[in-house]
Design a protein around this ligand. Structure first.
Ligand SMILES: *Cc1c(COP(=O)(O)O)cnc(C)c1O
Length: 221
């Protein structure tokens, strides 16, 4: 066991029990991921299908796999069989495709709705005001189960600047929960990365997606 295991144990010892770490593992090898898993991480986040396929073949059942990248429509057919959850659902056509593919496999795919919390043009995610209508719309699909929200927030030098976006996403999460849409279980709020997860937890995150603080710096993102 080395530095990755040390990093994981340090983080796990600091976060509250109701929060789970998703180790954001893009660019990391199966050995690196295994070290994180053995140190106590149960959830692994992957952004790229090809990379994920290789490491899932090696690490597989030791962890549960969350898709956290931008979804290209032509890749959905590979994502659905490989992953345990999709955190980045953000359009009706995508929801319909996931539903159809999951149905064919006889599965129900847990999903989080990605929120474009800073309302940035060109950015992935559903605009905050559209989230509840979107959820009411996709709620009718039988082979996906909405389990919460995910947000990235804007890229900022000072992570403290993310706080208002995390807070607003938490408020939206509560609003959706209160609407009690049939079949929708609001139990996960995924927000925060290495430089912002502490702030995200203060603002109500239940899933934090941590890469660099676990695995060290990456060469590309
Ligand atoms: C890479 C990535 C992270 C983790 O980023 P770090 O800054 O390395 O912790 C979190 N979420 C998503 C969607 C990512 O792609």
């Amino acid at each position: 066991m080395g530095i990755i295991a040390d990093n994981v144990r340090q983080i796990l010892s600091e976060i509250p029990e109701h929060v789970q770490v998703v180790a954001a593992a893009k660019t990391r090898s199966a050995d690196e991921i295994r070290e994180a898993v053995h140190a106590g991480v149960a959830l692994i986040g992957e952004n790229y299908v090809q990379e994920a396929r290789a490491v899932i073949a090696e690490v597989g059942d030791l962890a549960r796999w969350h898709f956290i990248g931008h979804i290209q429509t032509n890749k959905v057919k590979y994502i659905v069989p490989l992953f345990d959850m999709i955190e980045t659902l953000d359009s009706m056509p995508l929801a319909q495709t996931v539903d159809r593919l999951a149905g064919r496999l006889g599965r129900v795919m847990p999903v989080l709705v990605e929120v474009n919390s800073a309302q940035e043009p060109q950015k992935a995610g559903v605009l905050p005001e559209d989230v509840l209508p979107f959820i009411r719309q996709i709620n009718t699909l039988e082979h996906i189960r909405i389990q919460g929200l995910m947000t990235m927030g804007p890229f900022l030098d000072d992570p403290e600047g993310l706080r208002p976006y995390f807070r607003a996403t938490r408020e939206l999460f509560d609003e959706v929960a209160k609407a009690a849409v049939p079949g929708v279980e609001m139990k996960h709020l995924s927000m925060g990365m290495s430089d912002s997860y502490r702030i995200a937890i203060e603002e109500g995150a239940t899933l934090v997606r941590i890469g660099t603080m676990i695995f060290g710096p990456r060469n590309y993102s």
